[in-house]
Write a protein that binds this ligand. Sequence first.
Ligand code: URP
Ligand code: ZN
Ligand code: ZN
Length: 475
Amino acid sequence: MLPSKESPMPLLIKNGRIITANDDYYADIYCEVESISRIETDIDSTSLPANTEIIDASGKYVFPGFIDPHVHIHLPFMGSNAIDDHESASKAALVGGTTTLIEMICPGPNDEPIDAFKEWNKLASESSALDYTFHMSVVRFDELAQSQLKDIVREHGIASFKVFLAYKGALNLDDSNLFDLLTMAKKLGVITTAHCENADLIDAMQSKLISERKTGPEWHEPSRPVTVEAEGVHHLCTFAELTGAHIYIVHTSCAPAVQAAVDAKLRGVNVWVEAVAPHLTLDETYAQQADFIGAKYVMSPPLREKCNQDTLWNGLKSGAVSTIGTDHAPFNFVGQKDMGKDAFTQIPNGIPSVQERIDLIHTFGVLTGKISLNTMVSACSTKAAQLFGLYPRKGSISVGADADLVVYDPCCKHTLSVHTSLSKVDYNAYEGWELTGRSSVVTVRGQIQARDGKFVGTVGRGKLLKRKPTHFEVK
Ligand code: URP
Ligand code: ZN
Ligand code: ZN
């Protein structure tokens, strides 16, 4: 019988090793009417309704559903539009163990925020196979925008903003608007996520390199070096220090940027740091590949010198870095990335990895001993739920929580490829990589949506997660 959109059958997950951000123990989990209703050792299946589906999780981990706090699905950007839709991106996320996506709404500078919210939400509600919410990008801050932003928070439950210090003339917000926005965010109790690179410096560096005929993808990193990112982090932290606003630095790529955030934390700034899978696992040499192959690896901030990865992993271990997202931003190599054949400045930025994140982190973080399983769960699920007003409904395995669960086989070996990816993008940045660990069963509110690398669920089942602001006081 196919699962219905509304009422999943009861589900019993037996004999699994339950791993949360803080715990590690063996128990059975019983789910009914979309939620976890019992967590006990040795639940007697004969006492449950006859239609209960039983999953034997012996030898497997059971994680809370993973949350990706930074994805782009609908993204009009750099003269193109990201290639996934909510069906393909959510299917890819689910087979990779991610059960909640937080997507960036990125309107143009002349768009009204409420129209953008409605546009993004309509697209997601039509075809997302998992639950979702949004960070609302603020690219204009006139009176109309201010009042609509307040409505988006209060009426529509979007409790986080996004600002870009980069992308001059397209998405970036100037300093006086930034100060006013953070002042408003503080009053609303809303956290502001931010892309921190200095737009003017990048503009100047890009013009210089292009005028010197340095046009290939290998020049993308030198056009926005680590100092430009660290300056952006320091810049935003100064504004947060003066306004008291809570901030979250997205896709932090390098040691100087992490250091700038840590310095600000020591000054009392309420700042949290996100790392993303590409920066943790790929380095600048990928973007230096000949014959324009490097364009597949152009994202911002750029892939860095490998030594920066140690800082990111150690930051996760120490708590200096809170979360791991993907910054999934899929642009085809043919027809999109190649718009920048003659100038790296025209290559649409982004490296897709919504499907690969969890297995990359398990293979290169946990199995190498860089981070513990608990830290993996915290960084890939729980911390995002806590920071973005979703906890404990999401990000936890507890009675009453949504039954978003991942039964994970830590020994499954598999090879990444564009051919097994459910994203629509025409390349896989990790083609041929051999990973250890894969999601066996993935549930969203009690319904099995993915099994062993295949989507088996219902498209359109995803719901908008309305959130309340939580950033009123120091946590
Ligand atoms: O290169 C990136 N990161 N592309 C997506 C847009 C952004 O800056 O997050
Ligand atoms: Zn960004
Ligand atoms: Zn992004």
